[in-house]
Design a protein around this ligand. Structure first.
Ligand SMILES: [Zn+2]
Length: 160
């Protein structure tokens, strides 16, 4: 997996309906200096191939290796912009219709650095560990639900 620590922390992920207008805003918004990109709206074989799949109803939100990656607004850039998935967003614009995409949002809190990141990731791991969950697949539920879930969902793992 690619190192994304310079993007900040991923704080939201999900499948959402992306309109052509939203896709364009994410693609043409410039990130803050010193990283300056020009308008990046791919209009090539790849973006048209993806658009054709969307229009044919063959688009699978879980097919891409990675979700579309959006940087959330910060004090220095008062808008969200695309950091990954330019061709998919461009394809939405080609179709002219809203499309379902998997999107991840990253943000950099004030004071974000390596130590901040490691501390926050430890906290998140502790928060997750405190919620009752299946030790095999991390499915969350009440202790009773988990006790019932393990022998059925993980029949083979438990027997092995
Ligand atoms: Zn499980």
């Amino acid at each position: 997996m690619k190192d994304r620590s310079h993007y900040g922390l991923m704080d939201d992920e999900g499948v959402m309906v992306v309109t052509p207008e939203q896709a364009e805003t994410w693609l043409v918004t410039r990130p803050p200096a010193p990283i300056m990109w020009s308008r990046d709206v791919p209009d090539n074989e790849k973006s048209h191939r993806l658009a054709a799949a969307m229009e044919a109803g063959e688009w699978d939100v879980d097919r891409p290796v990675e979700p579309v990656i959006i940087a959330k607004e910060t004090p220095t850039c008062r808008a969200e912009y695309c950091r990954g998935g330019h061709h998919r967003l461009s394809a939405v614009m080609h179709t002219g219709k809203p499309q379902r995409l998997r999107v991840q949002f990253y943000s950099k809190p004030d004071g974000y650095d390596r130590a901040f990141r490691e501390k926050r990731l430890r906290e998140i791991a502790e928060e997750r560990a405190a919620i009752p969950h299946c030790h095999v697949c991390f499915w969350e539920g009440t202790p009773e639900e988990i006790a019932a879930h393990i022998p059925t969902a993980h029949k083979y793992e438990v027997e092995a």
